[in-house]
Design a protein around this ligand. Structure first.
Ligand SMILES: NC(=O)c1ccc[n+]([C@@H]2O[C@H](COP(=O)([O-])OP(=O)(O)OC[C@H]3O[C@@H](n4cnc5c(N)ncnc54)[C@H](O)[C@@H]3O)[C@@H](O)[C@H]2O)c1
Length: 412
């Protein structure tokens, strides 16, 4: 049993600490009051001195307006904030009375650790960069079933402490994960480009959806299924269903921050701006489609699902609110249905009359990689006469309701 401490026990850190606590003695420290049944929440001095391993999972925030829930591709690129990580490192330096194994989990842009963090850490400590591929709604499952574990060291070689971290993970993992060792900078890059590959993939797939809507006689699923099965040159089937755009607390903001990195290193072009710009126009196209139905039927517009995905409250980086932004910008009102949403603006709990409803959440598609999943249940009674716009094309026709499959323009 190892003694482990987590600095920062928020959305990522607490669940990860609790997974570790199933096998180890785990403490947690946060500047915000937190509670846990299995992790001992304590002060920083106890955490640092009672832990052999110290994981840092504090935020590396984007600036206000840079999360992707509203348009940002016109704004000046910005790097993530480093203040909380620097504070955590300083606290380890101040309190540690013996050498520690420090592991940074937080997401940062390539080059950040070497330039901004490592020089600050007292030389008696050892340091690894170890970002996680974890999604909200399935943190604990993702933690023990990762596609890979990235371990970044100063020179990119396995060293003693990297091997020890692998031994530590071997005690909790369920899926015998692949380990990728690299320099700090390479692991920073693996993590962030993993996320932005997904955004680019979703951007391409949703572009096919846009073409389907404009050209006609195209069901986007026929096209993307054929492409997804083309494993000889194109990758696997995940993220190959056109629908809502890429969203959440990580993916959009990572692209937005990479715009800053492309400029900082004078790369000469900015692919991420294009990906994010495409995402915004795709949201606007969907908004225009909702508006055309609202006009045609003289109905209001409702978005079913405000959080960036089902089963979580987080509206950060939400594609629903991006679509809603364009609906509002065109002079229409928008209401949201979502019992969990952490941003109550424009959220209603019921509908008193029919509406044009964007079926933004589909939990089967979002979570199917963790096993078979039930469908999203309506968040309230759907009044007869409503028009449901299903960007995932999964809903069947229902009595008294019209279901429109966005992205399928084949003749019925
Ligand atoms: N949430 C995810 O799905 C996810 C996945 C992969 C990576 N990440 C990365 O992990 C990091 C943390 O993300 P999160 O979603 O858990 O953020 P969060 O804001 O939910 O949690 C961070 C926690 O750190 C605490 N904190 C802030 N400053 C602190 C300080 N100086 N000392 C101690 N505690 C401090 C906050 O109170 C909060 O509880 C970010 O870099 C994020 O990009 C998150």
């Amino acid at each position: 049993m190892k003694k482990i401490g987590f600095i920062g026990i928020g959305k990522l850190g607490l669940d990860c600490a609790e997974v570790m606590a199933e096998k180890h003695e785990v403490r947690g420290y946060d500047i915000y009051p937190r509670t846990s049944d299995s992790v001992k929440v304590c002060d920083i001095d106890e955490l640092v001195n009672e832990s052999e391993w110290i994981f840092i999972a504090v935020p590396t925030p984007h600036a206000e307006g840079y999360d992707g829930s509203v348009p940002s591709s016109h704004m000046e690129p910005r790097d993530f904030g480093h203040a909380a990580v620097i504070d955590a490192i300083n606290k380890v330096n101040t309190h540690a009375r013996s050498p520690k194994k420090v592991v940074l989990i937080s997401t940062v842009l390539p080059g950040t650790t070497r330039k901004h963090f490592f020089p600050l850490l007292d030389s008696k400590h050892q340091f690894l960069y170890n970002p996680y591929l974890i999604a909200m709604g399935s943190v604990k499952w993702d933690m023990v079933n990762p596609e890979m574990i990235m371990i970044g060291t100063e020179d990119g070689d396995w060293n003693g402490i990297a091997g020890e971290l692998k031994d530590l993970y071997d005690t909790v993992m369920q899926n015998d994960p692949r380990y990728e060792i690299g320099t700090w900078d390479e692991c920073e890059a693996v993590k962030i480009f993993y996320n932005t590959f997904i955004s680019a993939k979703v951007g391409l797939v949703n572009m096919i959806q846009d073409f389907a809507m404009k050209i006609g006689n195209i069901n986007v699923d026929v096209v993307t299924t054929a492409l997804a099965r083309s494993t000889m040159r194109i990758m696997g089937p995940k993220y190959m269903t056109a629908g809502m755009g890429d969203a959440g607390a990580c993916h959009p903001r990572d692209n937005i921050a990479l715009r800053w990195l492309a400029k900082e290193y004078d790369i000469g072009y900015d692919l991420f701006d294009t990906v994010m710009h495409a995402r915004e126009i795709q949201a606007e196209n969907l908004a225009k489609f909702l508006i055309s139905h609202a006009r045609q039927h003289a109905l209001g517009i409702v978005i079913h699902g405000k959080a960036y995905k089902p089963d979580v409250p987080y509206c950060i980086g939400s594609y629903s609110t991006l679509v809603g932004h364009y609906v509002k910008a065109a002079g229409f009102e928008v209401r949201y249905l979502d019992p969990l949403a952490d941003d109550p603006t424009d959220v209603v709990t019921e509908l008193t009359g029919p509406a044009v409803i964007l079926w933004a959440h589909d939990r089967k598609i979002t979570y199917e990689y963790t096993g078979d999943q039930p469908e999203t249940e309506p968040y309230c009674d759907i009044p007869r006469g409503s028009v449901i716009v299903d960007p995932w094309r999964k809903l069947n026709n229902m009595a008294g309701l019209t279901v429109v499959h966005y992205g399928n323009t084949r003749a019925k």
